[in-house]
Design a protein around this ligand. Structure first.
Ligand SMILES: [Zn+2]
Length: 248
C-alpha cells in the first residue's frame, strides 16, 4: 500500500473504533441511569420487569444492598470522592452522588437550613468490625436490628449518606425528623435524586427500622417516583426486590 492508502485505512479504522466506543458508552450510561417514567404505569411496569438485571449490578445507581441481597464480596466503588460539604468526620461517596449532594446541601443553605454530612461509604472491613463488636456486646439478634452484616450495608454502595442537623444534637436519632434539617430533607431530598431509604411503616419490607437521617442516591427520576408525593415507597417495592430480614 502506498502512503495515501495507509492513511485512508487508518482513518477508516479510527471511525469504526469511535463508533464502537460510542455504542459502548451509550449502553453503559443507560444501564446506570435508566429509571421509570413518572406517572406512566406501562413504563413503570416495564422498568420493574427489568429490575432483576439492575439490582445486582454495582454499576447501576439502583443497585440494592439489603438483608436478602449482599454486594459482591469485597465490593468497593472505583469513583469515591470527598464531597465538598461540611462533615462530622471524613466521608467519601461515589462521584455522581457527590455532585448531587453538594447541590442539595447548597439548596438547603439557601433556605436557611444547615445540613452536615455524618457518614458516607463504609468499607466491608469496617462494617465487619462494627457488626462483630455489636454482636459480641449485645448478641446477634440485637446487632441485626440496628447494624448491617458485612456485605449487606447500603453504605457499602457508596451511594448512601447519614445526614446530621447543624449541631449534631439529634444525629442518628428519630428526633432528627422534627428538626428543620430533617423536615427540609423529607420534603426536598428527592429533587436532588436522594430517597429516604428506610421509611416509617416499611420496616417489614426494608428490614430496617425508620431512619430519618439515612438517604440514598438513586437519581432524580427514580427518587421522584419513590417519593410518591410524600408517601414514600421502599426501594425494594420500586425495584421489585425482596427485602426483610436475613435468611438465617
Ligand atoms: Zn446510614
Amino acid at each position: 500500500m502506498n502512503t495515501t492508502k495507509k492513511l485512508f485505512a487508518a482513518a477508516v479504522c479510527m471511525v469504526l473504533l469511535g463508533a464502537v466506543f460510542m455504542v459502548y458508552q451509550h449502553s453503559r450510561i443507560s444501564a446506570g441511569t435508566r429509571t421509570a417514567g413518572t406517572d406512566n404505569m406501562p413504563e413503570a411496569q416495564a422498568y420493574r420487569g427489568e429490575a432483576d438485571e439492575q439490582f445486582h449490578d454495582t454499576d447501576s445507581i439502583l443497585v440494592v444492598a439489603n438483608k436478602k441481597h449482599a454486594l459482591p464480596s469485597g465490593y468497593e466503588p472505583a469513583d469515591l470522592v470527598r464531597p465538598k460539604v461540611e462533615m462530622l468526620n471524613e466521608c467519601f461517596i461515589r462521584s455522581l452522588a457527590a455532585d448531587a449532594l453538594e447541590r442539595m446541601f447548597a439548596a438547603a443553605e439557601a433556605d436557611g437550613v444547615h445540613l452536615v454530612l455524618g457518614s458516607g461509604y463504609r468499607a466491608e472491613t469496617l462494617q465487619r468490625q462494627l457488626y462483630e463488636k455489636y454482636a459480641a456486646q449485645y448478641g446477634q439478634e440485637a446487632a441485626d436490628s440496628f447494624s448491617s452484616r458485612p456485605g449487606y450495608s447500603d453504605h457499602q454502595t457508596g451511594l448512601a449518606v447519614d445526614i446530621s442537623d447543624h449541631d449534631a444534637r439529634t444525629y442518628l436519632t428519630e428526633e432528627f425528623e422534627n428538626t428543620p434539617e430533617g423536615q427540609w430533607l423529607i420534603q426536598h431530598a428527592y429533587e436532588y435524586g436522594f430517597i429516604l431509604r428506610y421509611p416509617r411503616g416499611k420496616e417489614e419490607i426494608t428490614g430496617y427500622t425508620y431512619e430519618p437521617w439515612h438517604y440514598r442516591f438513586v437519581g432524580k427520576e427514580a427518587a421522584a417516583e419513590i417519593f410518591n408525593s410524600g408517601s414514600w415507597y421502599a426501594m425494594e417495592e420500586y425495584c421489585d426486590v425482596e427485602g426483610g430480614t436475613y435468611v438465617d
